[in-house]
Ligand binder design. Sequence first.
Ligand code: NAG
Ligand code: NAG
Ligand code: NAG
Ligand code: NAG
Ligand code: NAG
Ligand code: NAG
Ligand code: NAG
Ligand code: NAG
Ligand code: NAG
Length: 307
Amino acid sequence: MESLIFSFALSILLLTSFTLSFDSATDQNALLSFKNSIISHPYAFNWSENTPVCNWTGVSCGLKHHRVTALNLSGYGLAGTVAPHLGNLTFLRYLDISSNRFTGSLPVELSKLRRLKVMNVGMNSFTGEIPTWLGSLPQLEELYLYSNKLSGSVPHDIFNVSSIRKIRIGNNSLTGLLPSDMCNNMPNIQILSLALNQIGGRIPSSIWKCTHLEMLLLSDNNFSGNIPREIGRLSFLTRLSLGYNNGFGGGVPQEIGNLTRLEILTIEDASLNGDFPSSFFNISSLRVLSLSDNSLSGTYFPQHSIL
Ligand SMILES: *[C@@H]1O[C@H](CO)[C@@H](O)[C@H](O)[C@H]1NC(C)=O
Ligand SMILES: *[C@@H]1O[C@H](CO)[C@@H](O)[C@H](O)[C@H]1NC(C)=O
Ligand SMILES: *[C@@H]1O[C@H](CO)[C@@H](O)[C@H](O)[C@H]1NC(C)=O
Ligand SMILES: *[C@@H]1O[C@H](CO)[C@@H](O)[C@H](O)[C@H]1NC(C)=O
Ligand SMILES: *[C@@H]1O[C@H](CO)[C@@H](O)[C@H](O)[C@H]1NC(C)=O
Ligand SMILES: *[C@@H]1O[C@H](CO)[C@@H](O)[C@H](O)[C@H]1NC(C)=O
Ligand SMILES: *[C@@H]1O[C@H](CO)[C@@H](O)[C@H](O)[C@H]1NC(C)=O
Ligand SMILES: *[C@@H]1O[C@H](CO)[C@@H](O)[C@H](O)[C@H]1NC(C)=O
Ligand SMILES: *[C@@H]1O[C@H](CO)[C@@H](O)[C@H](O)[C@H]1NC(C)=O
């Protein structure tokens, strides 16, 4: 009986260690395949099969299971495509390959990264449309796709991740309209940057449902219509940038004066006319106000923009 229990325990032990090493091997395979599709890397890459993956440059692992939880290769001068095998890093929580020279599209296999919280692929040369599968990453909090060559319209799906806090997709070639109900499923969004694209139509009046917005950056696009009064309900806004658009026929809505935490307001060259609301001068937090090239009078400050 005792020996039976012993051999049972042993087989569980063997099974566990087999599973663990199998999983680490999966991580290693995934990273080596990722490396193989990089065609140029100016700095030495110490990703050798003979050393544990957790010791490789840019790789971090969880303490318990030694599975890869973060991959940070920001600014390594890497060129190439992203191998679909990266999707096998199922414990990955942080992926940062920003500021490199990656091309091609983001492989659909990355949708297997169910634990991903941060995806930063900004400042590369990714092409194609924003993938809809991004909207199925259940724990995503920060999505950075800025400064690439992405085109097409912004899919509703990325506005459907209730955990999302930051979306920066500025400086691409995005077109189309924003979904009118884009803020229905993003109660935690703090930063939304779409600047430097060609997105048009109206700014959805339901924007107020993004109740925790702190930064709303829509400058250098093709927005038109009125600036929705409802923006005045975004009481956490510190930065609002709407300049260089097709034009907002009306004036600046009085409700903007309700934004008592506003620090930076820029609405340059946007065909504004009418009276600038006096409620506005009650905002004591304001540091930068730029309204140049409109039919309003005001104080002019240099342009500030981040993506
Ligand atoms: C890997 O890193 C650990 C902890 O930093 C260290 O103890 C170990 O010697 C390293 N192994 C190799 C092969 O570099
Ligand atoms: C790889 O390089 C990094 C940074 O230079 C270093 O911390 C790490 O120990 C190296 N790993 C191996 C396996 O040589
Ligand atoms: C990656 O490294 C850069 C530079 O060290 C750092 O600024 C960035 O926050 C890191 N990204 C993640 C997701 O930890
Ligand atoms: C990892 O991903 C690739 C491509 O997505 C696949 O072919 C491979 O079988 C996967 N599994 C393992 C264990 O490497
Ligand atoms: C826009 O992105 C390109 C690379 O795609 C970059 O060279 C350029 O500096 C970016 N512009 C801004 C204002 O960040
Ligand atoms: C967004 O989420 C809602 C509810 O969670 C769902 O009904 C809707 O189909 C989703 N839309 C998309 C485009 O995923
Ligand atoms: C900008 O929007 C106007 C309509 O408001 C449209 O006629 C024009 O084609 C759009 N321009 C671009 C570059 O999309
Ligand atoms: C917002 O501003 C309007 C007009 O300036 C005012 O009537 C209204 O009470 C304000 N709302 C809030 C919530 O402060
Ligand atoms: C500015 O604030 C003062 C004091 O809070 C208030 O009495 C006044 O009505 C406000 N002015 C405008 C134009 O909202």
